[in-house]
Design a protein. Structure first.
Length: 308
């Protein structure tokens, strides 16, 4: 494991730098601020750079004389991040930095944290169980299950070529099974639950297949859609909800995420088809893993030379 020109761990060469000698700025899950110390004293603890500069940079100068117990969750996070950055670390490590916040606060603090990390220019590893959080904060994702790296790539790369069903479901998608068979000059998948979709030109899949289906690629349509329409599900709407201007329409095990205009007029109980508006993603790999997965979101990892 190398950071810049420094080797921290190399089993073959017998190199293992002690953790306390590795230049890491840590932001723990609960922020671990000293409750008896002021904000300024917390940031100054172990600082190698100008404390006031980081109080200004993280917008907590006005709180310098306050103690952590009087701060909001977002303010505590900014203080913890200021303390970590003031150590002038080679790498930042954030352990589930948003998990202690309520849902409304989490969204705003997440966006703020993304801006701070990009501005800081310090290679950062964020450990989280929340894929949306990782996708916002990271340039590159590492999906890890049971201590094993399952897949590494950008969010777009993971969606376009997921390693297995676990990755699909971790990203909020679903896996649907079917059977690929010739249809003229192309291949078409007849889905086990009804409906069918055409595979992209040149696709070689045949026989039993599984497709990755993501909510943002589905569109609900009421009424007749035609025999060749890319239908992945048809049935009564079981639930409709709205989140941040996006409408979620559930049919069976699948849900479409679309603009409100596309779902206007739909009601629970209406029979609709969910159409796939993107090229089908044929899934390879194994069945879903057991256990809990993590996303290790590596921000600006390329700056480290080689990352863990």
């Amino acid at each position: 494991m190398r950071v810049g020109d420094a080797t921290w761990f190399d089993a073959a060469r017998g190199v293992d730098v002690a953790p306390e000698r590795r230049s890491i700025g840590l932001v723990p899950q609960d922020y671990a601020l000293f409750p008896h110390m002021t904000v300024r004293a917390n940031v100054a603890f172990g600082a190698r750079r100008d404390v006031d500069a980081f109080l200004d940079r993280l917008h907590v100068r006005a709180l310098a004389d306050e103690r952590p117990g009087r701060l909001s969750g977002g303010e505590r996070q900014r203080v913890a991040l200021a303390r970590a950055l003031a150590r002038d670390p080679d790498v930042l490590l954030l352990d589930e930095p948003l998990s202690a916040l309520d849902a409304a606060t989490r969204r705003s603090v997440r966006d703020e944290l993304s801006e701070v990390l990009h501005a800081a220019g310090v290679p950062t590893i964020v450990v989280t169980h929340d894929f949306d959080e990782a996708a916002v904060l990271a340039d590159r994702l590492v999906v890890m299950v049971g201590g094993r790296f399952v897949q590494i790539g950008t969010p777009a790369q993971l969606a376009a070529a997921p390693a297995d069903a676990f990755v699909v479901e971790f990203m909020g998608g679903r896996v649907v099974a079917g059977h690929a068979e010739p249809a003229g000059d192309a291949m078409r998948v007849r889905l086990d639950g009804g409906g069918s979709v055409a595979l992209p030109s040149g696709a070689t899949a045949s026989g039993p297949v599984r497709l990755a289906v993501y909510p943002w690629d589905l569109r609900p349509v009421a009424g007749d859609v035609g025999a060749d329409a890319p239908v992945v599900a048809r049935g009564p709407v079981s639930a409709i909800s709205t989140t941040r201007g996006r409408r979620h329409v559930r049919v069976g095990d699948l849900a479409a995420e679309c603009d409100e205009a596309l779902a206007r007029g739909l009601r629970v109980g209406d029979v609709v088809s969910l159409l796939l508006d993107a090229a089908p993603v044929v899934l390879g790999g194994s069945a879903p893993h057991g256990g809990v997965g993590e996303v290790v979101a590596a921000e600006r990892l390329e700056a480290t030379g080689e990352g863990a």
